[in-house]
Design a binder for this molecule. Structure first.
Ligand SMILES: *Cc1c(COP(=O)(O)O)cnc(C)c1O
Length: 390
């Protein structure tokens, strides 16, 4: 059976170039990067090179990049670390309702520790408003955390403007840039970012590896205690193969950013155009222009998203109803809810996310199957209250 993978916002394949970069670190350069002998030094050299490489890609200094187990750990570290280290100044945090669960749940943990968190609404396109941020900033606000790119709808936030506003009020700014890496240019100086979370497996790198950028001078408490790795700030033996792969993945993603985005845009536009032409009662959720090219979220009226996902899966097509963490459970997307997507579309919304290798053939197959399945589901749909003719 034909298989089409359209869930690249959940994870991507690991590219051959990346894999080749990783292999020696499994069985040739296998030392512990913290050991004092030549085996250790060889491994440490790989880690040092990766750190320089990733720092360069985001215009940071090498000693501002810390390797972690991925985006989730980086978000936990940034938010809990900044909150706990700056609690003496105040206990108020601002974030948005459309953040990744690792941000939202970190905030929940902090609420149990006595912090207060404001979860900002977004507009119908998924954008946080600067006026809202200004409205909710208080004297005791210590941290603002807003994601650079949303993983369900692809909306790009006005990060620089938000960071500027935070700094004008003496507030630290963190951004979850996991979906931004490889899709938009990231320059921590130009964008005035204090802390930034990155992950490897969304950009054709290995799973279980990421980084946290912490600007020198920013107070952020450590999360993992133990060994002296990552300049004594993040314990745990360095995952050298993954770090080598992450570095290569960042290098390639940064190098090819414009070509990849253009290629994906062409295919994505073709896909959306055909869906809108061939299937009635459909809407695209998210921002029309201020978005990454690789994510498109489409609402199908009179269709149950879980049913659509399952039927597409039977045809070999992999999509998602939102973040991987919430799919499998039939609950509404917190992102689409915050965007006030009308109820009739909310229940039938699917995320299609494209890789740099997507082919027109795969998209044609997906369009064909979608037309069939949506028609089939609507013909048996109990949802008729919308007043639409079936
Ligand atoms: C995938 C993702 C994460 C989590 O990263 P992991 O490396 O899987 O832990 C965080 N934020 C966003 C926006 C993501 O898409």
């Amino acid at each position: 059976m034909k298989r089409v993978y359209l869930d690249n916002a959940a994870t991507t394949f690991c590219s051959n170039e990346v894999l080749n970069e990783m292999l020696p670190a499994f069985n040739t350069v296998y030392g512990n990067a913290n050991s004092l002998h030549s085996f250790g030094r060889d491994a440490a050299a790989i880690v040092d090179h990766a750190r320089d490489n990733i720092a360069k890609a985001i215009s940071a200094k090498s000693n501002e990049v810390y390797f972690t187990s991925g985006g989730s750990e980086s978000n936990n570290w940034a938010i809990k670390g900044v909150a706990r280290a700056n609690a003496y100044k105040g206990k108020h945090i601002i974030t948005s309702k459309i953040e990744h669960d690792s941000v939202l749940e970190s905030c929940k943990t902090l609420e149990n520790e006595g912090f207060e968190v404001t979860y900002l609404n977004v507009d119908e396109h998924g954008l946080v408003s600067l006026a809202d941020i200004l409205h909710y900033i208080r004297k005791d606000t210590i941290l603002i955390s807003i994601m650079a790119v949303n993983n369900e709808v692809g909306t790009i936030q006005n990060i620089k403007a938000i960071a500027k506003t935070a700094h004008e009020h003496g507030i630290i700014f963190h951004t979850d840039a996991v979906q931004a890496l490889g899709a938009v240019k990231l320059d921590v100086n130009d964008m005035e970012i204090d802390l930034m979370s990155l992950s490897a497996h969304k950009i054709y790198g290995p799973k279980g590896c990421g980084a946290l950028y912490i600007k020198n001078g920013i107070k952020c408490a450590d999360l993992l205690d133990g060994g002296a790795q990552e300049r004594k700030r993040r314990a745990g033996t360095s995952n050298v193969p993954a770090i080598a792969g992450f570095s290569k993945a960042v290098e390639i993603a940064t190098r090819d950013i414009i070509v990849n985005q253009q290629k994906i845009k062409t295919i994505r536009d073709y896909f959306v155009k055909h869906i809108l032409e061939k299937i009635p009662y459909v809407r695209v959720n998210g921002h029309q222009y201020q978005k990454v090219q690789g994510i498109v979220n489409i609402g199908f009226e009179m269709v149950d998203a879980e049913a659509l996902l399952t039927m597409l899966d039977l045809e070999g097509i992999a999509v998602s109803t939102g973040s991987a963490c919430t799919s499998g459970v039939a609950e509404k997307s917190h992102v689409l809810s915050a965007m006030k997507v009308p109820d009739e579309y909310l229940k039938g919304s699917i995320r299609f996310s494209f890789s740099k290798n997507i082919s027109k053939e795969d998209i044609d197959y997906t369009i064909e199957k979608l037309v069939e399945i949506v028609a089939k589901l609507r013909s048996i749909s109990p949802i008729t209250k919308t007043g639409r003719a079936k």
